[in-house]
Design a protein around this ligand. Structure first.
Ligand code: ADP
Ligand code: MG
Length: 238
C-alpha cells in the first residue's frame, strides 16, 4: 500500500545542491515527520515525493513501483499545504468534491465520499458554507477533506498548521493524529516545530542542510541523539 522509498535522491537548483543525496524508507501506515530548521530542504523533499519537482538524480518508489517519472496525479498521493488554497467562491461541499469532479466520478459516488469525509472531519454542518464563513481550523479541515476523498496511498502535509494560532494548533495536531489512527494511511508531515514532531510522529527524520542527521522514534532521538545537532534541535539533555 502506501510505502515510499527514496533511493539516492538529490536535488540541485542551479549550482546549489539543496539535497545532496538521501536514502529513506517510509513504511505503509507510518506517521513520518520531516523536521529541521527553515531552509534545510523539507519542502523540497516533500515536493520531490509529490512529483511537484523532478529529482536531479536517484529514484522514488511508491508502493513498490518506480514513480520517479510519474506526474503528481498518478502517484496516488494527496498533499495538504500551509495555505489552504480553497476556492473562495465555492461551498465547502464543492471544495471537497473538486478533485473527484476533475477525476470524472459519478455524482452519487461524489456525494457519498464528501459526506463520509465531512463526518470524519466534523464538517457535516458546514457543507453549504463558503470558506470565508469558516474559522482557520475549519478551513484547514476542508483542505484535509479534499485530500481524504481521493483515498490516497499517503498524505503529504507541508506545515499545515503554521498559519493557525497556538491553541488551535494543539487541537489540530490531535485531530490529525486521530485521523491517522482512524484511516491508518501513511502520512508524511513536514514541520519546523520540534514539539509537533515529538508528539505526532512514529518516526522522525531530522534534516539539516539537505542531509539526514538521524532517523528514529521520538524516544530514540530524545534519549540517544546521534550528534549535537539532533540533541540541540530535539532538546534532549546531552
Ligand atoms: P524548508 O522547507 O526546509 O524551509 P526548502 O525546501 O523550501 O526548505 O528550501 C531549501 C533550500 O532550497 C533553500 O535554500 C531554498 O532557497 C532553496 N530552494 C527551494 N526551492 C527553490 C527553487 N525553486 N529554486 C531555487 N532554490 C530553491
Ligand atoms: Mg518549507
Amino acid at each position: 500500500m502506501g510505502s515510499i522509498t527514496l533511493k539516492n535522491v538529490s536535488k540541485v537548483f542551479g549550482a546549489h545542491a539543496v539535497i545532496p543525496s538521501i536514502d529513506l524508507d517510509i513504511n505503509d501506515g507510518e506517521f513520518v515527520v520531516f523536521v529541521g530548521p527553515s531552509g534545510c530542504g523539507k519542502s523540497t523533499l516533500l515536493r520531490l515525493i509529490a512529483g511537484l519537482e523532478d529529482v536531479s538524480d536517484g529514484a522514488i518508489v511508491i508502493d513498490g513501483k518506480n514513480a520517479t517519472e510519474l506526474p503528481p496525479a498518478k502517484r496516488g498521493l494527496s498533499m495538504v499545504f500551509q495555505s489552504y488554497a480553497l476556492y473562495p467562491h465555492m461551498s465547502v461541499r464543492a471544495n471537497i468534491a473538486f478533485p473527484l469532479k476533475m477525476a470524472g466520478e459519478d455524482k452519487a459516488v461524489i456525494d457519498k465520499k464528501v459526506e463520509d469525509a465531512a463526518r470524519v472531519l466534523n464538517l457535516t454542518d458546514y457543507l453549504d458554507r463558503k470558506p470565508r464563513q469558516l474559522s482557520g481550523g475549519q478551513r484547514q479541515r476542508v483542505a484535509i477533506g479534499r485530500a481524504i476523498v481521493r483515498q490516497p496511498e499517503a498524505f503529504l502535509f507541508d506545515e499545515p498548521l503554521s498559519n493557525l494560532d497556538a491553541a488551535l494548533r494543539v487541537n489540530m495536531r490531535l485531530e490529525i493524529s486521530q485521523l491517522h489512527q482512524q484511516l491508518k494511511t501513511t502520512m508524511v508531515y513536514v514541520t519546523h516545530d520540534q514539539v509537533e514532531a515529538m508528539t505526532m510522529a512514529d518516526k522522525i527524520v531530522v534534516l539539516n542542510r539537505g542531509r539526514i542527521e538521524q532517523v528514529g522514534s521520538p524516544l530514540e532521538l530524545y534519549h540517544r541523539p546521534d550528534n549535537l545537532f539532533v540533541a540541540g534541535f530535539i532538546g534532549s539533555p546531552k
